[in-house]
Design a protein around this ligand. Structure first.
Ligand SMILES: [Zn+2]
Length: 80
């Protein structure tokens, strides 16, 4: 059983709280921005966490595994 949590930016985030994951690195041009080049991961209730590319890829992979467990293939698998 895979964990329902993934670690993002030193936080254990439940996968079901993730609304979307950025496809491109953050850039806003602000000199005070702490997250330039990081990938934004949006959570419920307007919160965000930030990940590097490696962590973002791990999050996406974890979500795919988790979704695969949530929605098993219906019927037509070829296992005898
Ligand atoms: Zn920014």
């Amino acid at each position: 059983m895979e964990s329902i949590f993934c670690v993002i930016d030193d936080k254990h985030v439940p996968l079901y709280r993730i609304m979307w994951v950025a496809a491109i690195p953050h850039f806003c041009g602000s000199p005070e921005c702490q997250h330039e080049g990081d990938y934004e991961i949006r959570l419920e209730q307007g919160e965000s966490v930030w990940a590097n590319q490696q962590d973002r890829d791990a999050v996406l992979a974890a979500i795919e595994v988790w979704q695969g467990e949530m929605e098993p293939e219906e019927g037509d698998d070829e296992v005898p």
